[in-house]
Design a protein around this ligand. Structure first.
Ligand SMILES: [Zn+2]
Length: 111
């Protein structure tokens, strides 16, 4: 690889690593919206107008799936956190490609 190509990859990697530091609100999980029926027999929810949506994040804690209730006022922040995690995965995949390319260089240990 030319010195210029190596330089470009190093610059791209540096930008991506800096961006990683901005993903402070990331959340790893999946998003669930649920509508429910309450215990009042005369409630409108018994006629099809169910309550909700209530939002949950399904997260993995020590190998177990847990559903975490998310207040409506935090729903947008939670969805942004999920988007940050998706961005994290894209960045990790790209840095892996860059590092694999750089590994072909003789001086990889110093790059
Ligand atoms: Zn109800």
């Amino acid at each position: 690889m030319s010195n210029n190509s190596v330089k470009k990859l190093l610059e791209e990697r540096a930008r991506l690593l800096a961006e990683l530091g901005t993903l402070s609100r990331l959340l790893r999980g999946s998003w669930v919206e649920r509508y429910s029926v309450c215990s009042r027999s005369d409630c409108k929810c018994r006629r099809g107008e169910r309550h909700g949506p209530r939002h949950y994040l399904v997260v993995n804690e020590g190998g177990h799936q847990r559903q975490k209730y998310v207040q409506n006022s935090r729903a947008q922040a939670a969805q942004e956190g999920l988007a940050e995690y998706r961005r994290l995965q894209v960045i990790v995949a790209r840095i892996t490609c860059i590092n694999l390319a750089l590994m072909k260089e003789d001086d990889y240990a110093t790059l």
